[in-house]
Design a protein around this ligand. Structure first.
Ligand code: CTP
Length: 472
């Protein structure tokens, strides 16, 4: 096992082993580090469990290094942390846990290594490696974690009903691991999740969202999102996404299942960006469709304005999921609102002014928007896909050309709201916005030139229409 560790890691484990020996305390590397090494994933965290006092061991281990790493410890939890050479090491004493029904905070008592392995979530996370003299480097795998890794299986070590009822966050974790590692969830474990979905309500939204974000950051997020949907968890944690599901037929007209379309878009975008917020934009791009769905005689199903309705839903969804309300949310909102615009520019005879408008509205996020729009092409017809992509190439070229010429991306009109209030001696009111927008539109539409003097003259004309005279 230690053969897959780096030289640095092996050196650190030797030091930990010395610390344990000095205190006559058995210690083991356990959990995620062992799992990830066996799978061949990168990891920068190592959990050390000892049969004794984890904080005491951490201090003894720190003394083995020169210079000594700082030990941060939490008496209440009996845990200690240090960072050595980029490796985050967490120390804890082995424990038995029992849970109360309404809380995921367990009652903790000291225990053996086996007790400690017993209380863990999945077999692949229960494996430990001895750091003790007698059997240094030996894998201790009481629940068949190795076999489950080779079978690519997520399975609870105990009865799933107990594991999930003890800590319902583990249902999210099972699905997150399935998505991250592209593993399957064992049948009984899956049944255990389906039986316990209701229990997710005792978990804080922050922890749920943390797992959701990890699912979104996996290579194929659709795996996790679909599992969340299939077991019923998604209905509880993110009902707006469930509303996308289903295809309806009427009078021979059908529409696509927007839930599965969204999953395809998310997978497509995941192949092109590691930006979590652009991935969120893919999740939410059609979120306004259920609310705008209509059947129009002779036309079939329409979703007019779904991009505007969807954009309006973003702040609420972010707030409910405890996602940030800052510029990241604004970015996602903007992506949702603009996601149809580049497609509308693939038609013939598109004017420079339409291109300028998109550049102005998208600003620096224009490339992200194009990435989203390309990901939104999910047709199974290869010819159609090629045609759409070629059209996008053309739009991208036009965007590039117009930007070169007019530099619109980060442009602001030469006359601001403050200037208008000052010139006409008025306080903030609708007229200020109307004049400002009229100037902006005139420049974007090429009616006037993009400079202060032309904008000033145009402002005077517009102001006159509104019965305003300059006071200076
Ligand atoms: N664990 C658990 N139940 C949880 C969370 C964690 O049993 N709800 C156990 C698992 O054995 C896990 C270990 O605690 O391996 C460490 O947890 P954590 O660091 O949260 O997860 P990792 O498994 O290391 O994976 P990741 O870092 O990807 O979250």
């Amino acid at each position: 096992m230690f053969t897959s560790c780096t030289e640095k890691e092996r050196f650190i484990f030797k030091k930990i082993a010395h610390g344990g020996e000095n205190l006559q305390t058995s210690c083991y590397v356990i959990g995620g580090f062992v799992r990830d090494k066996l799978i061949g994933r990168n990891t920068s965290d190592a959990d050390i469990v000892c049969v004794g006092d984890g904080i005491k061991l951490a201090h003894e281990v720190a003394a083995q290094f020169s210079p000594q790493p700082r030990v941060a410890f939490f008496k209440n939890y009996g845990t200690a942390h240090m960072r050595v050479d980029g490796l985050d090491i967490e120390f804890v004493g082995a424990r038995k846990e029992s849970y109360r029904y309404h809380s995921r905070n367990p009652e903790v008592a000291p225990g053996t290594l086996h007790d400690d392995q017993n209380r863990r979530d999945f077999t692949i996370n229960t494996m430990a490696i001895s750091l003790n003299k007698d059997d240094y480097g030996q894998l201790i795998d009481p629940f068949g974690g190795i076999a489950d890794i080779s079978e690519k299986r997520i399975r609870t070590p105990l009865d799933p009903a107990q594991t999930f009822s003890d800590d319902p966050l583990r249902m999210m974790r099972a699905i997150r691991f399935a998505s991250q590692l592209q593993f399957n969830i064992d049948e009984q474990t899956w049944q255990g999740i389906k039986d316990n979905v209701e229990r997710i309500q005792i978990i804080s939204q922050e922890r749920i969202t943390d797992e959701l974000n990890k699912i979104l950051m996996s290579e194929k997020p659709s795996v996790g999102l679909d599992l969340l949907y299939q077991c019923g968890l998604l209905h509880r944690i993110f009902p707006q996404m469930v509303d996308l599901a289903g295809a309806e037929y009427k009078e021979g007209w059908g529409h696509k299942d927007n839930f599965y379309h969204t999953l395809l878009v998310v997978d497509n975008i995941a192949a092109h960006t590691a930006d979590l917020w652009l991935r969120w934009a893919a999740v939410l791009h059609d979120i306004g469709k259920p609310a705008t769905k209509k059947f129009e005689d002779g036309h079939g199903w329409t979703f007019h304005g779904h991009e505007v309705v969807g954009a309006r839903m973003v702040p609420k969804i972010f707030s409910r999921l405890r996602l940030p309300q800052d510029s990241k949310m604004q970015f996602v909102k903007k992506m949702v609102e603009l996601h149809l615009r580049p497609i509308s520019l693939t038609k013939e005879n598109i004017t420079d002014s339409a291109i300028r408008r998109l550049l102005f509205d998208a600003g620096d996020d224009i490339d992200a928007l194009m990435t989203l729009c390309k990901a939104d092409i999910t047709s199974k017809n290869k010819k159609k896909v090629r045609l759409y992509l070629d059209n996008f190439e053309m739009v991208q070229q036009r965007l590039h050309d117009v930007e070169e010429k007019d530099r619109i991306r980060n442009w602001q009109p030469p006359i601001t709201g403050e200037m208008i209030m000052d010139i006409f001696g008025i306080s903030p009111c609708r007229k200020v916005g109307d004049i400002k927008n009229a100037i902006k539109d005139a420049i974007l539409d090429g009616v006037i030139e993009n400079n202060y003097d032309s904008a000033y003259d145009y402002m005077l004309i517009k102001a006159k229409e509104l019965n305003l005279e300059p006071v200076k």
